[in-house]
Design a protein around this ligand. Structure first.
Ligand code: AGP
Length: 608
């Protein structure tokens, strides 16, 4: 997944281009590059490593006014991390420059064909084939040329293309990778998401798959792959740039953990009143749910999957409605039993995760109604779904999902409650859980107040190589998410297990070098969790537990503990989330790692 930013028009300089790229570094940051077109000449500057490396190569250029420019931050897929594999890529003549986000699946075939025609490649990337194909097909009209080239590409792309024979013009196109365009006063822009554009305009147009845009300093025109013009009004984005800045926190992840009281409020406001669900986006499904619905299938990846698992437990435990769930990368290939009586719920904060997107396509092909819960307006997955509920949490920049996780569970519970209501399966327990969700902003403020204690606690665990998270029922879903948080930003080998599974194998791992994080929910099976903690202690493993205020046993049985205010067991995965997130965040800092940019990961995985 890479970051694209470019513009054509007056008034901006190289520093503006670089600053725009910096807002996209979270999308990919193993190399960066820019292409500047000036008086029929394209200059390319690109460098391995963070954008800072590129910036320090060209200090003399920063104030230079530019009229047509492309910028790119890379997350390597084909071709290692190197200067020559960085984007932009050029053709043999240097008259063409392109930037690309996605994967050209038939690039080997195209590359061989181009080499046979005499083209010389400078990189190992799939993307470079686009530059040479433009060179080969250009005959005076860049828009027509790019359309012709796109018909030969298989795979996913978001691209920007410039040609010295057509100055002050950028051709942009997308299929499978996000791309948004905008026109401000005598300047037009393209970017992978709205963040670098917001300073110049809040009116944007999200390209759909198979759409092309021609950007000039007089605005932009939209076309389809047949060259037909498309008219579509822009969307007004109400995020301002500050929303996407760190606003004083050390990392985006820290900011987003502390944003959860506001985020959960904006995710649930107008969708819940006194424990009663009222999601307007679901209204069109009422008749289907009341009369036809026979199966619910949840499809998601990573943290979104953990949120979906909590929904499964919520619906089965409280309203006896059976829910299937599968990670999207398995769902795609397991021939799931889905038909017109199935409601498929796709969960994706980015709305660009390719595995989840393909799961949505399979579900729809089988006649299922697809409802997506997503955080990014206009992203691909919601635009390929039948219904969408946006999470409205504001941009989540940190690679580790935090506020979007708790917002997902809250929205999914409200959806589950609405379905139960329409199925006459609503209950006081459901109402009680939803009332507690309504009060989560205050609850989160209390739990976030323990941040200093959690920070102290993390010092005792940052030196371990392994850690096990255990829980039962809703505590198990929290254990999975807690383990993922720790592993993805601290690189400690952390795994979540059903506590009841320990005796079937995992307990063999435990000794004084292998600590355990126990989720102790105040429910009817709590005593079994206490027994599991004793099992663990008998193997000399250190135990830290999260439990409910008033639980005296935890204080005596464990080495460390955090007690959170009482909550309904279904709310437990939400209630403990800030504790798990802050624990992982502080451990990562103590291990001198960057929580916002963990190695090998990107904010959304738009490749297989
Ligand atoms: C979560 O912290 C990870 N960054 C990752 O597992 C993520 O949840 C997963 O890639 C799904 O992303 P999505 O919600 O954007 O689809």
């Amino acid at each position: 997944m890479c970051g694209i930013f470019g513009f054509v028009g007056e008034g901006l300089n190289v520093q503006d281009l670089i600053n725009g790229l910096k807002k996209l570094e979270y999308r990919g940051y193993d190399s960066a590059g820019i292409a500047i077109e000036n008086e029929k000449n394209i200059s390319i500057y690109k460098k391995e490593g963070r954008i800072y490396n590129l910036e320090s190569e060209i200090p003399q250029l920063m104030e230079k006014k530019i009229s047509t420019a492309l910028g790119h931050t890379r997350w390597a897929t084909h071709g290692g991390v190197s200067d020559q594999n960085s984007h932009p890529h050029t053709d043999c003549t240097g008259k063409v420059a392109i930037i690309h986000n996605g994967i050209i699946e038939n690039f080997q075939y195209l590359r061989e064909k181009l080499i046979k025609n005499g083209h010389i490649f400078k990189s190992e990337t799939d993307s470079e084939v686009i530059a040479h194909m433009v060179e080969e097909n250009y005959s005076g009209n860049l828009l027509e040329c790019v359309i012709k080239v796109l018909h030969e590409l298989n795979g996913a792309y978001a691209i920007g293309v410039i040609h010295t024979d057509e100055p002050n013009c950028i051709i942009a196109a997308r299929k499978g990778s996000p791309l948004v365009i905008s026109a401000g006063s005598n300047i037009s822009m393209l970017a992978s998401d709205v963040t670098p554009i917001l300073r110049y305009s809040k009116d944007v147009n999200f390209l759909n798959d198979g759409e092309i845009a021609k950007l000039t300093n007089n605005g932009y025109e939209l076309y389809d792959l047949q060259g037909n013009k498309i008219e579509r009004k822009p969307i007004h984005i109400n995020w301002d740039e500050a929303c996407a800045e760190r606003s004083g926190y050390n990392h985006f992840m820290e900011k987003e953990i502390f944003e959860q009281p506001i985020a959960i409020k904006s995710a649930t406001i107008g969708r819940l009143k006194d424990g009663i669900p009222c999601i307007k986006e679901l209204e069109p499904l009422k008749d289907f749910i009341e009369t036809k619905l026979e199966k619910i299938y949840i499809v998601a990846c990573g943290t979104a999957y953990h949120a979906g698992l909590a929904m499964k437990y919520f619906m089965q435990y409280y309203s006896n409605i059976d829910v299937s769930i599968e990670v999207a990368s398995e769902f795609r290939y397991m021939n799931p039993k889905i038909d017109g009586k199935t409601l498929t719920i796709a969960i994706s904060q980015s709305g660009e995760t390719l595995d989840t997107l393909e799961g949505v396509r399979i579900a729809r092909k089988n006649g299922s109604h697809v409802l997506t819960v997503c955080n990014v307006v206009g992203s691909t997955i919601p635009r390929e779904s039948d219904s969408v509920i946006y999470m409205n949490t504001g941009p989540e920049i940190g690679v580790a999902a935090t506020k979007t996780y708790t917002a997902q569970i809250a929205i999914l519970y409200i959806v589950g409650a609405q379905i139960a209501l329409w199925k006459n399966l609503y209950s006081e327990d459901i109402k009680n859980a939803l009332c507690q969700i309504e009060n989560l902003p205050e609850y989160f403020n209390t739990v976030l107040g323990y941040s200093q204690k959690i920070k102290e606690l993390s010092k005792s665990y940052c030196g371990y190589r392994n850690m096990m998270y255990i829980g039962r029922r809703f505590g198990y879903t929290a254990a999975l998410e807690g383990a993922l948080k720790l592993k993805e930003i601290s690189y400690i080998n952390a795994t979540g297990y059903q506590a009841g599974e320990l005796k079937h194998g995992p307990i063999a791992l435990l000794d004084q070098e292998f600590p355990v994080f126990a989720m102790v929910c105040d429910d009817d099976i709590k005593e079994k969790m206490i027994s599991n903690i004793m099992e663990v202690k008998a193997r000399k493993a250190r135990v830290v537990a999260v439990g409910i205020e008033g639980d005296e046993k935890i204080k005596t049985l464990t080495d460390d503990y955090i007690l959170i205010p009482k909550c309904e067991q279904a709310v437990f995965p939400l209630a403990v989330a800030p504790v798990m997130q802050l624990f992982a965040y502080n451990v990562a800092l103590l291990r001198e790692l960057d929580p916002d940019k963990p190695r090998n990961l990107a904010k959304s995985v738009t490749v297989e």
